[in-house]
Design a protein around this ligand. Sequence first.
Ligand code: NAP
Length: 297
Amino acid sequence: MQRIGFIGIGLMGQHMARRVLLGGYPLTIWNRTKDKARPLLEAGAAWADSPRAVAQVSDMVITMVTDSTASEQVAYGPGGVLEGAHPGLVLIDMSSITPETSRAIAERAAACGVAMLDAPVTGAPRVAADGKLGIMVGGSRETFEHCRPVFQTMGVKIVYAGLNGMGSTLKLVNNLILGVAIHASAEALVLAAKAGLDPQAVIEITSVGGARTGAMETRGPRMVKRDFSPHFSVNNMYKDLSNVLRLAEECGVSLPVTGAAREILRAAKSQGKGELDSSVVMTILETLADTIVRPQV
Ligand SMILES: NC(=O)c1ccc[n+]([C@@H]2O[C@H](COP(=O)([O-])OP(=O)(O)OC[C@H]3O[C@@H](n4cnc5c(N)ncnc54)[C@H](OP(=O)(O)O)[C@@H]3O)[C@@H](O)[C@H]2O)c1
């Protein structure tokens, strides 16, 4: 049985690591804030004092951290995974980061004799808890096939996207749709409120037909309840759409709607809402429209 290391026990990582453990793999974990790791340690995971120490006792190390800077730090910062390099080690970065960072990490890993995959995911923490994530993978196909059984503990839709960086590229394309769909759902609810419609009628009718989106299905009811506890934060969505726009710039592609969605996320950040769920963009639109989305009784 492959020994798995897991770094980054956040909203997503806690569930993904637990799935690996439930899959029967020996698991060693590290998180910058140790407290968050306690439930997993109680469930049978072992603790190591640094990403390097995790790598030293693992055959595959998964990282699931915030952004490109964090991924680079845990991969090749002081005490990073690559300091624990040994023959056969595979580094799998499942964070949502830029394609160029994924390629940079893959190059640094290769120089240490370590194979690397970028394997970001789609799906909320609840989906991660059920082991039903979508996983998109960049790197050599051989390494991908070697790691597939571990991916299968966490996800149901596992897509090979191409060489290093292509998993991260696919993730950006995916999140373009999600970010815009959340924004469109918020705009629809705000317009409905101003026009005198019950928001529940919007949620119900869009559950069928061409306007159906996962964004409205999952976020709509929480928006109406004004539950903005973080499932996928404003900060993380802002980061993703900024990376989408950077990729578009490189490719010479105009994305006017994505640009507008990113600006509303920027406003939410400026109002101190960065740690809240990205569906909180609805409150920015409410202010613009001078209305409040609330259920009619
Ligand atoms: N939430 C979602 O629905 C969702 C869905 C798909 C993909 N994603 C992506 O998954 C990744 C993780 O998201 P999340 O929602 O789990 O975020 P999160 O709850 O904020 O967790 C972030 C994790 O990264 C760690 N971290 C951040 N900066 C670090 C650094 N410099 N060095 C070491 N560790 C660092 C944090 O450690 P601490 O605990 O010490 O802060 C934490 O474990 C992000 O790239 C996000 O875009 C999220």
